[in-house]
Design a protein around this ligand. Structure first.
Ligand code: UTP
Length: 471
């Protein structure tokens, strides 16, 4: 105990023991254990680097746009490569060498929903939660490829129990319990602007999940990585909890990654404008990296080629294929030092009177690691373009851009396109907008082919203003 007190004093953190004498034995034990688990030397370094000054992003002088494989093959050789990649992807899926990984440990602050984001009812007609939507997609993937397609779900201490409860209450949405593994990511203490850590209660610190970059180490520490190896999983299909449009079993993407020995691959979308809020794929010193939109110098963001097309056109929707061996290599010694990113937050903490209160203005820094900072650490990478309308419907807010509304609209539009492609007449207004509500159950339909096959032997009639659910 005296060691701990000395350490706290040395690093100017003694205030964390202010209420110690008021605590019962168990609470005292918890606080002691929590404080002993913190590397205060490291916190002091991080405070100096990220809290007491605004960290600057270094933009390398040789920064150039990253090359990518286009949506469609551009010559015969590439056509052949895409066709081999498709075949390879299907083969890997059928052999059970691919698993899904959803990162769902975030706090979902912008959505303003009281519960894990994955438990938010998102589907446009049936109000299925994100988790149900993915679970049903995975059931269909398992059926389609006749494979074991395991699902790894990363949670955080803030939402792990509520997430598992959601699955239990819903009988895992038809999945067998063994095919879903939850694992919690690490945390970081929130650091006050004066460098002092904050108390969230008299016996615990204010902490935040350590960012989606925490996924890699959490995979290792939780045993999920070892389990993947045991089950013969070679590729991880990584996606975020709030994008139900994502193609989880993307045959071409998986196959290309395998044929090109890519350790970490990324989907890219053509940015709609220079300042769209997507990370930019860039290359420097032959290494792929992502520069956040907020860090991209304006002259680079707006630079165009001779055809007037943005040079840095490739934006990241955070969809990756990651090779299991890459994660094993990165985390072999049980550590992983990705750079940290600073976010200024209003962190609830005990005030002078010892009462939990949310400050009116930002009071602390939340440090997070980002998954894309692993890209430069990969020996080989690749980027594949995807069609935004069938791949990316991020759900960050309730309304407006990247919202529940826009996500539902995109899901309905994608489903409508699949139906139209299969010969079904979908009611639309003069301006082309849907004049009905449509939802296709992912239990049965995960791609255009599924819908085509269904429509070949079933008649689908949709009238204006209908609300249609096909399952
Ligand atoms: P965002 O940065 O968009 O965060 O995470 P969020 O939690 O969804 O929403 P805000 O910013 O608080 O409003 C992108 C993805 O990364 C996951 C999120 O769950 C989401 O799927 N994530 C984020 C984690 O798994 N852990 C983290 O520590 C942070």
């Amino acid at each position: 105990m005296s060691d701990l007190l000395n350490t706290l004093e040395k690093y100017n953190q003694s205030h964390l023991m202010k209420y110690f004498s008021e605590l019962n034995a168990e609470e005292q034990q918890n606080l002691t254990a929590e404080l002993e688990s913190i590397n205060f030397d490291n916190i002091a370094k991080l405070t100096a680097e990220y809290v007491l000054k605004q960290p600057e992003t270094h933009i390398p002088a040789d920064l150039s746009p990253a090359p990518f494989f286009g949506l469609n093959s551009k010559n015969d050789a590439e056509k052949e490569l895409y066709s081999q990649a498709l075949e390879k992807g299907i083969e890997l899926l059928k052999a059970g060498k691919v698993a899904a990984l959803t990162v769902a440990g975030g706090q979902g602050t912008r959505l303003g929903y009281d519960g894990p984001k994955g438990t938010y009812p998102i589907s446009p007609v049936e109000n299925k939660t994100f988790f149900q939507y993915y679970a049903e997609t995975i059931l269909r993937i398992r059926e389609k490829y006749n494979c074991d397609f395991k699902w790894y779900v990363m949670t955080s201490i803030l939402n792990n129990d509520a997430t598992i409860q959601h699955f239990e209450e819903n009988n895992y949405f038809g999945l067998d319990q063994d095919s879903v593994m939850f694992f919690a990511q690490g945390t970081m203490p929130c650091i006050g602007y004066d460098g002092k850590l904050l108390l969230n209660s008299k016996s615990s610190l204010a902490k935040n999940p350590d960012g989606h970059g925490g996924t890699l180490l959490a995979l290792k520490k939780s045993g999920a990585l070892a389990e993947m190896a045991q089950n013969g999983v070679e590729y991880i299909s990584y996606f975020q909890i709030d994008n139900p449009l994502v193609t989880i079993a993307n045959e071409l993407f998986i196959g290309l990654s395998a044929l090109k020995d890519s350790e970490m691959s990324a989907i890219m979308l053509a940015k709609t404008n220079a300042f769209e809020k997507l990370g930019n794929f860039c290359v420097s010193d032959n290494k792929l990296s992502i520069i956040e939109y907020s860090d991209m110098p304006e002259e680079l963001a707006t630079a165009t080629d001779e055809n007037g097309v943005l040079k840095f056109i490739a934006g990241s929707p955070a969809i990756h294929i990651i090779s299991r061996e890459f994660v094993e290599r990165l985390t072999a010694d049980g550590t992983l030092n990705l750079p940290w990113h600073r976010a200024d937050k209003k962190v609830p903490c005990l005030n002078e009177e010892g009462v939990l209160a949310t400050p009116k203005t930002e009071n602390a820094v939340k440090l997070e690691a980002f998954i894309f900072d692993a890209l430069p650490l990969a020996s080989k990478t690749l980027i594949l373009e995807a069609d935004r309308n069938s791949e990316f419907a991020p759900t960050k807010n309730q309304t407006g851009v990247d919202s529940v509304e826009s996500c539902r609209d995109m899901l309905m539009e994608r489903d409508a396109k699949w139906l139209e492609n299969a010969g079904v007449t979908v009611p639309r207004n003069e301006d082309g907008a849907l004049d009905c509500k449509i939802e296709l159950s992912p239990l049965k339909f995960i791609d255009a082919e599924d819908v085509k096959n269904y429509c070949a032997s079933n008649t689908v009639n949709i009238s204006a203003e209908d609300s249609i659910y096909l399952s």
